[in-house]
Write a protein that binds this ligand. Structure first.
Ligand SMILES: [Fe+2]
Length: 275
């Protein structure tokens, strides 16, 4: 495998130059999984991609047990005509972790780019390296973050749930500190189906400082990787460690991603789920 680092974190694995479009299922998943756990993000580029959702599902099953949704294994991330949720809009999506409202939290997300947005049309997927954010924080700032608990309520087509999590917590099986946080969006932002967010543990006059400092640290270029999609890319992300979001993109651009959730071994029952 040809492995090169991404900036500021993650690794890229390229297909051999003399074998463009090589099959992804020829790569050893055990080695890729080890890379995903160590570097938290793996980009596989130049491979053949998948002909459809079924092929992607078969590939993802090689990574572990797929977390099934009412719609099946594959979420088709494509803009809808009249979206009833921001996921299917072309708007910015704030940083969050996947599975926060579900019975189980997936360890990995596999994102497959069926069709990239055009040049200059935006739509990068953003990933924040939360242990690096904590490592680089000054002690006073970190102490402020550690006092806060987030309470999140969200209703959409596939769930109506409440999740409660300390902002600073620990990785479920590796023990290092991580951040679980859903960034608030400005209340006046054009954003379909807001989640209902509440943060406790600090007096009101310190909450603004909490959000400002944490958001700045998560978006610091030392901690944030923004992935510019190319058609055929497969990105595997460590959902236990990273937070992710999306930059806005031009409406009716050809951006089309597919996403599959793969559970850890054993599967992680969602410690934040209240209902
Ligand atoms: Fe997500």
């Amino acid at each position: 495998m040809i492995i090169t680092p991404l900036d500021p974190f993650g690794v890229r694995v390229d297909a051999d130059v003399d074998r463009p479009g090589a099959r992804l299922d020829e790569l050893p998943v055990a080695e890729l999984r080890a890379l995903a756990r160590e570097h938290h993000l793996v980009l596989l580029r130049g491979f053949g991609g998948f002909a459809g959702a079924l092929e992607l599902t078969e590939y993802a099953a090689g990574w572990g047990t797929i977390s099934m949704w009412p719609f099946g294994a594959v979420l088709e991330l494509v803009e809808h005509e009249n979206p009833d949720d921001h996921i299917f809009d072309h708007s910015y999506v704030p940083l969050h972790w996947d599975g926060m409202y579900r019975p189980q939290v997936p360890e990995f997300q596999l994102f497959h780019c069926v069709s990239a947005p055009g040049e200059g049309q935006g739509g990068r997927t953003t990933f924040a390296h939360t242990p690096a954010v904590l490592r680089d924080a000054d002690p006073g700032q970190r102490e402020l973050w550690e006092r806060v608990t987030g309470i999140y309520r969200r209703k959409m087509e596939f769930y109506d749930s409440e999740a409660v999590s300390p902002v600073v917590t620990t990785h479920p099986d590796r023990g290092f500190p991580v951040i679980r946080y859903n960034e608030p969006v400005a209340p006046d932002a054009e954003f379909v189906n807001h989640p209902d967010l509440e943060f406790t543990g600090l007096p009101d006059d310190q909450l603004a400082e909490f959000h400002d400092t944490l958001t700045a640290a998560l978006h610091d270029p030392r901690h944030l990787y923004a992935h510019d999609w190319q058609t055929g890319d497969l990105v595997v992300a460590d959902n236990y460690t990273l937070l992710h979001g999306r930059e806005a993109f031009t409406t009716r651009s050809p951006r089309h991603l597919q996403r599959v959730h793969v559970l850890g071994e054993p599967a992680l029952d969602n410690p934040a789920l209240v209902r």
